[in-house]
Design a protein around this ligand. Structure first.
Ligand code: NAD
Length: 364
């Protein structure tokens, strides 16, 4: 099977994204770009230790609403006092030459504001998923970074994770024939009703914005196609104190131009983390599929299910993601998951919500 244009874009760009490491090693062996981490919450705790395994990225600044927490983290990660900011003083980051990239790890509803402020401060941006609360915000973020001539990348870590990359390679290389059906399930049973994830203003929506987006991403990056139509069904118990303003379960189907379809689960009520792609000549699946570590692949071989080894990767997904953006900034290359990739998801997410609301198929 001939590789598709998107396969070449993705893997050509990804390979190019990794290849500069060796070119950079010759030209700038010790060059590490400085990141400012905005928001010191749960996911920042996952990211911060990963700078130790980076070759082109380091922590240069921290932005937190709590001076005590900022000081504690500064000590742990070797950030000088001059690199500590709160949300009011954030814009002064423009005067800090140690900061090249701002990494926005705030609630979704704040991504738009901090990306615009970072671009206005002349900094490149890595912004967590989902990119924003709405497609209109995502468009404004892309425009602001473009006007400031700064890079914008979205924190789609799975594009840098070895098992997911191997699954993409297998499907896109035609090793399971033509993809016909993708199943992708992501969810967890969410707790505390008072958290921002359950507040529409800060989260933009419910499970789809937070975790169902992994099902959407998997369907898109595994097939390498863009959906032309969506059908969705929501199921939310509005008497549950967790779901006053956002949805619990919203399952959706995507139709792709090749005729392949995806059946996707998004849930805040049950635990799911897996995907499967069934093609004309076999299948591949992953469970867990998009976890922080330990993702496992199986595939059909000689009509039997077998474990499929995940290739050794030089870096974990988090460090690879951080270094990829640093390399793009240094070489001028475009990130493999730029702002436009986040915007595509936002547009599809809005179509999924519309389909569920209006109880009809929505064309894209
Ligand atoms: P969190 O609640 O653990 O942390 C959020 C941080 O933002 C906290 O430090 C909080 O103090 C700060 N904050 C600033 N202003 C706030 C406000 N008005 N309301 C609430 N908090 C405020 O959340 P998290 O799990 O770290 O998620 C942050 C972002 O990272 C989200 O966009 C989420 O989708 C994303 N995320 C991505 C992954 C991934 O695997 N890529 C994993 C987890 C979270």
């Amino acid at each position: 099977m001939k590789p598709t244009r998107r396969f070449l874009m993705q893997f050509g760009a990804a390979a190019a994204g990794l290849a500069p490491a060796s070119r950079l090693a010759a030209s700038a062996p010790d060059r590490r770009l400085g990141y400012a981490i905005v928001g010191l919450g749960g996911y920042a705790d996952v990211i911060l230790p990963r700078f130790a395994e980076c070759t082109h990225s380091r922590v240069a600044a921290l932005v937190s609403g709590s001076p005590e927490k900022a000081r504690r983290y500064a000590e742990r990660y070797g950030v000088p006092q001059s690199g500590l900011y709160d949300y009011r003083t954030f814009d002064r980051i423009r005067d800090n030459p140690d900061v090249d990239i701002v990494y926005v790890i705030l609630p979704n509803g704040l991504h738009h504001e901090y990306t615009l402020r970072a671009a206005a401060a002349g900094k490149h941006v890595l912004c967590e998923k989902p990119m924003a609360n709405t497609a209109a915000e995502a468009e404004a973020m892309i425009a602001a970074c473009r006007a400031a001539d700064r890079k914008l990348m979205i924190g789609y870590r799975c594009h840098f994770e070895a098992a997911n990359r191997e699954a993409m390679r297998i499907v896109r290389a035609g090793e399971i024939g033509r993809p016909r059906v993708v199943t992708a399930e992501h969810g967890f049973n969410i707790g505390d009703p008072a958290q921002w994830r359950l507040d529409r203003a800060l989260a933009g929506g419910g499970s789809l914005m937070d975790i169902g987006i992994y099902s959407l991403q998997a369907a898109r990056y595994l097939t390498g196609e863009e959906p032309t139509q969506v059908v969705a069904m929501e199921s939310t118990d509005r008497s549950d104190p967790r779901f006053k303003t956002v949805e619990d379960t919203i399952n959706f189907q995507l139709r792709f131009p090749s005729g392949a379809v995806a059946n996707c689960v998004s849930s805040y009520g049950s635990h799911h983390n897996r995907y499967r792609v069934v093609g004309t000549e076999g299948w591949i699946d992953a469970e867990p599929g998009t976890a922080y570590s330990g993702n496992r692949l199986r595939r059909l071989k000689d009509w039997r299910a077998e474990d499929h080894p995940v290739p050794e990767a030089p870096q974990n997904q988090f460090s690879a993601q951080l270094d990829h953006l640093s390399q793009c900034v240094m070489t001028g290359a475009e990130p493999i998951v730029a702002g436009e990739e986040g915007l595509r998801d936002m547009r599809i997410i809005e179509a999924i919500y519309r389909s569920a609301r209006e109880e009809r198929a929505v064309s894209l």
